[in-house]
Design a protein around this ligand. Structure first.
Ligand code: GDP
Length: 529
């Protein structure tokens, strides 16, 4: 195996998807506890910066008590390099959250055992499903009483339409939670509670066939475990690696992040089952990770991570080849060559620099003004990764420029912010240059836009909210389009690329139109339209 192949084989790039409070932060910390964190970028580093930050931009973050900045954590476990992409969740839920999933090769879906599948999980799951990436389900908080594990499986199937294949099975819950049974090894992993879970949980391993099992875990729990396992063996979904790889079934794990129960075992099994960095579609064919030329795509642009500068950082996912600091690469969109000089700064932990990166890794490029969302960066013959998706916004409004003499700055600001992916712009069809309708996925993005327009472009604006809550890109034959009865509560517009979009006030109204027009396609994601 070449060095490049060895590095690819040991990498896993994934994101945790969950509803707020399911325990994502806790699980992330625990994964870092088990892996030695080798580089902390984005969230952790940014938090450190934030403490010293006095800039007004950071002020917005402080006021709201949220983290707008967050990116990727890299840690090693058992010889593997894990890139954990952070998906901003609470009020800072935005299109970035979805975009991050485009850079991931698999996802861990974290679910609160008492709540089951929750709304934000549904949205993030839909994006993963659409991409067809493997989704691993971790049912968390087993140290608290929750739903019956079989009911949780039914919940996944009913709400998300995915069948699960239990890898672990819990032994009790709440106070009675003793550990997990690993169906592949037929072993029970029993834990002692560690104070606050600050240390790795001590574990005792027992075979299911151990004659003293009833004494060890009690005869009631032992009988329930045997019964459940028998049922799963007969009626459950087998752990078929091919179907997992396509995201058709989800391997199911149980544990408790706060007490560390099941976390390390999960990490091990995840590494076994999760894909190594995958190929990506480009014009002219798939780009395989093992191809020697360095290629990557920009999936996120972040403004002002360094409070002392007005920098924009372009986050790039390496797809193929080996990245080296100071290398000269091409941006085929602008046809310009660029020296990738300062990727290291973001990833400063022990060392100041990232000298090399491999497929699956994320690097931050600070070259000002050079990159746009979806750009390809490559060496060798120019290639272009195929369509970077845009996701249907859920909040809409019109921004009014308060001072007419600032018109040019206003226009420029809005355009640049849309190129960065902070906002999507929609226009009345054939209406010429009217003020655009702005669409965002998370409400907070409006505040971010207004804030940045003031601080970077000197433009004060006011926002008129519009009553729409849904958008779909619509495709289909002309005559079918003409026949649609749009009714009240809809507005037809076009996006910045001239694609036809309809905004809907209510989900019910939208579904009604979708059902009545089977010849048309209503897309919640725009990709290469
Ligand atoms: P996030 O919003 O998904 O990042 O969730 P956090 O990690 O911040 O956790 C939300 C709350 O759930 C916190 O109070 C955690 O201490 C708690 N929590 C997380 N994991 C567990 C768990 O395994 N068991 C219990 N009992 N509480 C947990």
């Amino acid at each position: 195996m070449s060095d490049l192949e060895t590095e690819i084989a040991r990498r896993r790039t994934f994101a945790i998807i969950s509803h707020p409070d399911a325990g994502k932060t806790t699980l992330t910390e625990k994964l870092l506890l088990y892996g030695g964190a080798i580089q902390l970028a984005g969230s952790v580093t940014a938090k450190k910066n934030r403490r010293q930050a006095t800039s007004d931009w950071m002020e917005l973050e402080k006021q709201r008590g949220i983290s707008i900045t967050s990116t990727v954590l890299q840690f090693e476990y058992d010889g593997c390099v894990l890139n954990l992409l952070d998906t901003p969740g609470h009020q800072d839920f935005s299109e970035d959250t979805y975009r991050t999933l485009v850079a991931a090769d698999s996802a861990v879906m974290l679910i609160d055992n008492a709540r089951g599948v929750e709304p934000q999980t549904i949205k993030l799951f839909a994006v993963c499903r659409q991409r067809g990436i493997p989704i691993f389900t971790f049912i968390n908080k087993m140290d608290r009483p929750g739903l019956d594990p079989l009911d949780l499986m039914a919940n996944l199937e009913e709400v998300l339409g995915i069948r699960s294949a239990p890898v672990f099975w819990p032994i009790g819950d709440g106070d009675q939670f003793q550990g997990v049974y690993d169906r592949q090894s037929s072993q029970l992993h029993l834990y002692d509670r560690v104070q606050h879970g600050a240390n790795k949980a001590p574990v005792r391993i027992v075979d299911l066939s151990d004659p003293t099992l009833d004494e060890i875990i009690g005869s009631g729990p032992a009988q329930k475990l045997r019964d459940d396992i028998e049922l799963l063996d007969v009626a459950g979904e087998p752990l078929d690696p091919e179907r997992i790889a396509k995201g058709e079934i989800t391997p199911l794990f149980f544990g408790s992040a706060v007490t560390n129960f099941g976390v390390e075992r999960f990490l091990k099994r995840f590494i076994d089952l999760a894909p190594t960095p995958t190929s990506r579609p480009a014009q002219g064919g798939e780009i395989e990770p093992s191809e020697p030329e360095f290629r990557g795509f920009v999936f996120k642009i972040q403004a002002n991570m360094d409070p002392n500068h007005r920098d924009r950082v372009a986050f790039l996912r390496v797809v193929s080849g080996r990245f080296e600091r100071d290398m000269v690469a091409l941006n085929p969109r602008s046809k310009k060559s660029v020296r990738l000089t300062r990727p290291q700064k973001l990833f400063a932990s022990d060392r100041e620099t990232v000298d090399v990166a491999y497929p699956g890794d994320i690097i931050g490029l600070t070259n000002p003004g050079v990159f746009q969302l979806g750009d390809t960066v490559c060496t060798g013959a120019p290639v272009q990764f195929r369509g970077f998706p845009r996701f249907a916004p859920e909040h809409f409004g019109v921004l009014r420029n308060r001072k007419s003499e600032k018109y040019k700055q206003f226009q420029k600001g809005i355009e640049q912010l849309s190129e960065e992916g902070v906002v999507q712009l929609f226009h009345e069809i054939n209406a010429g240059r009217t003020e655009p309708i702005l669409g965002v996925v998370g409400q907070l993005q409006f505040e971010v836009i207004q804030f940045r327009l003031i601080s970077e472009y000197g433009v004060e604006t006011s926002l008129d909210r519009l009553p729409y809550g849904h958008a779909r890109w619509i495709q289909g034959p002309e005559d079918a389009l003409r026949e649609v009865y749009w009714g009240m509560g809809t507005r037809r517009v076009e996006d910045s690329f001239g694609n036809f979009v309809c905004l809907f006030e209510s989900q019910w109204g939208m579904n009604h139109i979708i059902e009545n027009n089977p010849k048309l396609r209503f897309l919640s994601t725009a990709l290469d339209l």
